[in-house]
Design a protein around this ligand. Structure first.
Ligand SMILES: [Fe+2]
Ligand SMILES: [Fe+2]
Length: 204
């Protein structure tokens, strides 16, 4: 059984994991998203959830950086935390988030479609199509920041796209944490779960 409990808004993402013999309990707290306590039966749910929480952490860091520096002033290029964020953003989008979306689309969504969840899958695929190109443009601009070639116009673009990326991806994750994960828990059987978890592990 999957239990969702609202804990209210919190000022920091905090992920803790407790294992029982057959189930794992996660307590996830996220800024501006529903905080959920979940018990997972399926490995693939846990893997998706962990990556969603890592992505929310990245979004939280990006949002803070955008709040610290307005779009009409260049960021402090001597700020190591900011430069680290640019590197993490580029790697996170080009590797983790791209792989995560590809796994969902190629491996997981076809199983859910077969189980009758085609409407939800179509909506999530549409969101992927909007989020991924935005992310790739953001990753290119993050690279310009690190290489020292960022102009004030580039930063203005980064600021605008970054805000949109935070909003879209956070909303997408909220939907998946509630709808997708409960669908996985309810429709994927143990054998399918093992196969999907293996596929997912290979794709990382
Ligand atoms: Fe996802
Ligand atoms: Fe997704």
């Amino acid at each position: 059984m999957v239990a969702y409990l609202e804990c209210g808004p919190l000022d920091k993402v905090d992920l803790c994991q407790c294992e029982t013999a057959t189930k794992r309990l996660f307590c996830a707290r996220a800024v501006n998203s529903k905080a959920l306590n979940m018990e997972f039966v399926r490995q693939v749910s846990r893997m998706l959830h962990e990556e969603h929480m890592a992505a929310l952490l990245l979004l939280e860091r990006l949002e803070s950086a955008l709040h610290r520096t307005g779009r009409s002033e260049l960021p402090d290029m001597a700020d190591n935390d900011f430069l680290r964020l640019m590197g993490d953003l580029k790697a996170g989008i080009e590797a983790e988030i791209s792989n995560h979306f590809a796994f969902e689309e190629k491996e997981l969504f076809p199983c859910l479609r077969k189980a009758g969840d085609g409407g939800m899958v179509d909506l999530l695929c549409e969101e992927h199509k909007a989020i991924l190109p935005l992310g790739h443009r953001l990753a290119e601009l993050a690279h310009s920041v690190r290489s020292g070639s960022l102009t004030i116009d580039d930063w203005g673009t980064f600021h605008r796209l970054g805000g949109e990326f935070v909003e879209r991806l956070r909303s997408h994750i909220d939907k998946e944490e509630i709808g997708l994960i409960s669908s996985v828990e309810g429709t994927i059987d143990e054998e399918e779960d093992m196969h999907l978890a293996e596929q997912y592990a290979y794709s990382r």
